[in-house]
Design a protein around this ligand. Structure first.
Ligand code: GLN
Length: 344
């Protein structure tokens, strides 16, 4: 090779390394993030959740966007350090932890992996649960409250503290920094979570929870109160995008073989009743929380998250949905949108 060719080859290698697995340059990714921030900054639609009193007090103007690529690069706009409660997004990681410990079949058999088509805290969904012919497995899923409380009850441990250490540990590993409970949210939700207590008791009555439903509801309430910012959520999403390995810390949090099952449940039920509509427009497995967070996963490419508390009628953050869809579509994040071979 001539020295000129060698230089060109070296430049190509450096460029590939810089752009990682993504087709865009870092500048293009940052532009997509900045563009969505500017476009949706003044959007005022939606309303904070208020059935948990502490959530009504969160600043509705809070708006932060983060993208973390599978090669560990972080792109942000707006406020990515203020924490909100993770709420239902925790359901993904507790489900993933159970799957990690007990296998994909454990969740499928005990809870199910089908959308319920009902609101996340529906009691009718528990009453009307159908079972799979032959196995008797319930047709619920771990991303709505009955299934999520059941998933929390499946995390093993000698005491409530042991179980909690595992739950918070898993979330911490996925986020890549130590996470803590927002005590005001935990107290507020504990004082007002009679509905979830009723769901827990009903799940025990039907045998979907095996014992100690009070402990399961309390730990579920605690996991929903974990404080996270947009960057944490994007890193958690990127961990799923990168085959279960946190791309910032390098820690393998979840076996790569378990990730597709987790993403499939997110695709099916991550945005409650609007999961189909979301998937139709973005193709991204995602999960929302009533605290205003939303994370989405572009497998092999990036994790993305937005924090913005005002929600739509289905309980999903309005600005988060718009911003994530815009950025992902700009970056070619839709996993269903494969290019034909030889096309440009
Ligand atoms: N902790 C909340 C609840 O159980 C979580 C709901 C959510 O984010 N959709 O009601």
């Amino acid at each position: 090779m001539t020295s000129r060719r060698m230089v060109l080859a070296a430049v190509a290698v450096v460029a590939l390394a810089a752009f990682g697995v993504n087709a865009q340059s870092p500048d293009e990714v940052q532009q997509a993030v900045d563009g969505a921030y500017a476009k949706f900054k003044d959007l005022k639609e939606g309303k904070n959740a208020d059935y948990i009193p502490a959530l009504a007090k969160v600043d509705p103007n809070l708006f932060g966007i983060a993208v973390v690529t599978t090669d560990g690069k972080v792109y942000t706009a707006g406020d990515v350090s203020t924490e909100v409660s993770i709420q239902s997004i925790s359901k993904v990681f507790t489900m993933a932890q159970v799957i990690q410990e007990q296998g994909l079949e454990s969740v499928e058999k005990r809870i199910g992996v089908d959308a319920t088509g009902a609101r996340f805290n529906s009691i009718i969904a528990v009453e009307g649960v159908r079972t799979v012919v032959g196995t008797g497995a319930p047709e619920m899923n771990p991303l709505v409250n009955p299934g999520a409380i059941s998933a929390t009850s499946m995390v093993t441990g000698a005491s409530a503290d042991d179980v909690w250490r595992k739950i918070i540990g898993f979330h911490t590993d996925a986020a890549g920094r130590p996470l803590n409970v927002l005590q005001d949210v935990y107290k507020s939700e504990s004082d007002t979570n009679q509905r979830n207590q009723a769901i827990g008791a009903l799940m025990l009555a039907y045998g979907y929870i095996k014992s100690n439903w009070e402990q399961a509801v309390d730990l579920y309430t605690r996991q929903c109160s974990i404080g996270v910012n947009a960057k944490d959520l994007a890193t958690m999403a990127a961990t799923l995008a990168a085959g279960g390995k946190n791309p910032v810390t390098g820690k393998q949090v979840l076996d790569a073989s378990k990730v597709p099952g987790v993403l499939a449940v997110m695709a099916t039920a991550g945005l409650y009743d609007d999961s189909g509509k979301w998937l139709y427009h973005t193709g991204l497995p995602a999960k929302s929380g009533v605290g205003g967070g939303l994370l989405a996963v572009s497998p092999g490419k990036f994790g993305i998250a937005v924090v913005s508390p005002p929600l739509d009628d289905a309980g999903n953050s309005v600005r988060a949905q718009r911003a994530i869809a815009a950025i992902s579509n700009a970056l070619g994040g839709n996993p269903y949108a494969a290019k034909a071979r030889n096309s440009n």
